[in-house]
Ligand binder design. Structure first.
Ligand code: CAA
Length: 260
């Protein structure tokens, strides 16, 4: 399906979703959010796609935030609806039963940083700049940043970034755990594709259940999370992938997973 603000490409079993509004540094207005949701759902429903990469068009920006021009005239109720709209799209990405890698190719600010936070893994170009600059606009992060950022980097670091609105470079983002890997700008998509292909080569039921176990478990106390893990671990033993994966190991050959 063609979209105005999103480009979808497929590279084997990897779906690449590029947010495409480069003139505004890929800022998220309503139309971009609507296209993003539809594109995510298209990739979710495409059985040939096992892993998704999200990136931004152009060399400068991943996503420079929610669209400030759109928000400027908002009253309280419109602002609440706007936060809920963006939050629901990002939560859909977080809960997608396929791994999602953010390939952060430039500015990931405000809603852009929050989009990267909703992805499972973040790979950044060494040119990337990340941050939550909202307090400089008299607002606070509204697409999950006050919740996902402290869960990822810890409360103190999240407060420093959110209270100061400071932009940080890719290397510092890696040191604090905000991104997982930093590569040269020219190598970003290849690095993201390499990781995506590695994930796609594994047992997909196991990958899906691991994502669910980590996401759900992080919202539980440890004992409940551990108990939940035993359930999904056991579930793997009802799959063809477990039988094939272990048989292949014992026969000293590569597994041929079917995702069943
Ligand atoms: N919303 C709307 N337009 C934006 C935008 C945004 N978030 N970010 C950039 N743009 C537009 C600029 O207005 C400009 O448009 P024009 O050419 O029509 O003037 C174009 O993109 C290029 O931007 P700049 O000329 O500013 O480029 P620069 O290289 O000088 O600066 C930048 C780059 C530092 C990223 C700067 O654009 C900037 O500070 N952008 C805003 C970042 C921001 O505050 N993001 C948070 C938004 S609030 C939010 O996201 C709330 C939430 O949590 C839901």
């Amino acid at each position: 399906m063609p979209y105005e603000y999103v480009i979808i490409e497929r590279d084997g079993e990897v779906g690449i979703l590029t947010i495409n509004r480069p003139k505004a540094l890929n800022a998220l207005n309503r139309e971009v959010l609507v296209d993003l949701r539809k594109a995510i759902e298209e990739l979710r429903d495409d059985d040939t796609v096992k892993v998704i990469i999200i990136t931004g068009a152009g060399e400068k920006s991943f996503v420079a935030g929610a669209d400030i021009g759109t928000m400027q005239p908002f009253g309280v109720q419109e602002a609440r609806d706007w936060a809920r709209l963006g939050q629901s799209v990002l939560t859909e990405i977080e809960n997608l039963e396929k791994p999602v890698i953010a390939a952060v190719n430039g500015f990931a600010l405000g809603g852009g940083c929050e989009l990267a936070l909703a992805c499972d893994i973040r790979i950044a170009s060494d040119q990337a700049k990340l941050g939550q600059p909202e307090v400089g606009l008299g607002i606070l992060p509204g697409y999950g940043g006050t919740q996902r950022l402290p869960r990822l980097v810890g409360k103190g670091t999240a407060k420093r970034l959110i209270f100061t609105g400071e932009m940080i470079g890719a290397e510092e983002a890696r040191e604090i755990g905000l991104v997982d890997m930093v590569v040269g700008a020219d190598e970003l998509m290849e690095a993201a594709l390499k990781m995506a292909r590695t994930i796609a080569s594994k047992g997909q039921v196991a990958v899906r259940l691991a994502k669910i176990a980590i996401n759900r478990g992080c919202d539980m106390d440890l004992a409940s999370g551990i108990a939940y893990e035993a359930e999904v671990f056991a579930e793997c033993f009802a799959t063809e992938d477990q039988k094939e994966g272990m048989k292949a190991f014992l026969e000293k050959r590569k597994p041929r997973f079917t995702g069943k």
